[in-house]
Design a binder for this molecule. Sequence first.
Ligand code: NAG
Ligand code: NAG
Ligand code: NAG
Ligand code: NAG
Ligand code: NAG
Ligand code: NAG
Length: 310
Amino acid sequence: MCCSREVFFFCFILLYPVALTFAQKDPYVCSKNGNYTSNSTYRANLNSLLASMSSNTEIDYGFYKFSAGEYPDKVNAIALCRGDISTEECRSCINGSSNDLLRYCPNQKEAIIWYKKCMVRYSNKLIFGVMEDNPLLAYYNVQNVSDVEGFNQVLRPLLDRLRNHAASGNSTHKFAAGSAAAPDFQTIYALLMCTPDLDKLECSNCLSWAIRFIPQCCDGKQGGRYMAPSCELRYEIYAFYDPAAEEALPPSPLPSPPPSLPSVPLLPPKEGMLLPMSMTCNISWMVKLVDSLFFQNTLQDYESRVHENH
Ligand SMILES: *[C@@H]1O[C@H](CO)[C@@H](O)[C@H](O)[C@H]1NC(C)=O
Ligand SMILES: *[C@@H]1O[C@H](CO)[C@@H](O)[C@H](O)[C@H]1NC(C)=O
Ligand SMILES: *[C@@H]1O[C@H](CO)[C@@H](O)[C@H](O)[C@H]1NC(C)=O
Ligand SMILES: *[C@@H]1O[C@H](CO)[C@@H](O)[C@H](O)[C@H]1NC(C)=O
Ligand SMILES: *[C@@H]1O[C@H](CO)[C@@H](O)[C@H](O)[C@H]1NC(C)=O
Ligand SMILES: *[C@@H]1O[C@H](CO)[C@@H](O)[C@H](O)[C@H]1NC(C)=O
């Protein structure tokens, strides 16, 4: 499934030397699955489609699934906002991310961008109700937790419970946020979501796939974001979402704390941009990293990994 880290890193540098010089960017992916020209009908359809999503005032649940045009110029698009933001914030997030995506992928028929609070994706292919967990991008906070085992004993059940909650949602809402007490007086906050056009099993599978990547990618890190076209998860040791969106979860029993080591002073929460550290050499997608309003700190704070073609 994976080459060595060195091979991946080399592979990335070889193909996308420029990407490494960017700092503080949002992740996006331009697919190699077909191009259009700027004066084409496809682009005109795409423009009107994206505009109709960000200006739509009827949908108030943060999920937009629209099409425009006729084959072969038909464009399908999905926009999904995080379940804890307002309709206004959602619209403005979709507007911003759509505009960025058109700039970053100026002639690709298929593309996706993940802002911190919304995701926008379009394609000439049918994407509605189809689970897509590839590519999976991972960003993680390079700060380590001091008690890895204790941390994981809280994180895993929290993610599993939230995965079930999110997957059990309805056709407009597959989202769950929640927190649990962790060792060293910390709290883990997590947020999981799927595009709600998936069924329960597909949502659960997509999130499970992302969760399974955590130990491979980023065990013992204080935070991480895992993004696939159909689902997304994030956890941190600080509250990064609106607590009002937390679902009532049964209280999680804290595992009996191990004899405590002298605790390491906590650094303030940091997010940052990440260097792509790994990526398969079988690339069907072009991956670049672009400006982020969200990963605001330095290159040292976050790193990223890309997982493809599992
Ligand atoms: C699409 O455009 C990219 C560059 O913009 C180019 O590298 C690629 O070969 C093109 N693909 C096709 C199928 O024309
Ligand atoms: C788009 O522009 C190119 C040259 O700029 C031209 O050759 C082509 O016919 C145009 N296509 C359409 C659909 O107008
Ligand atoms: C969308 O973004 C564009 C460019 O940033 C801006 O000019 C426009 O006013 C925005 N529209 C809405 C509805 O926010
Ligand atoms: C986290 O742990 C890894 C491996 O033990 C180490 O290489 C890295 O420097 C640590 N990161 C920080 C920020 O302490
Ligand atoms: C879907 O679930 C959300 C959150 O539980 C709820 O607010 C909404 O009314 C539900 N929508 C439908 C169509 O059942
Ligand atoms: C690369 O990925 C494609 C599509 O997933 C697959 O068909 C192909 O066999 C892969 N090639 C290699 C060398 O793994």
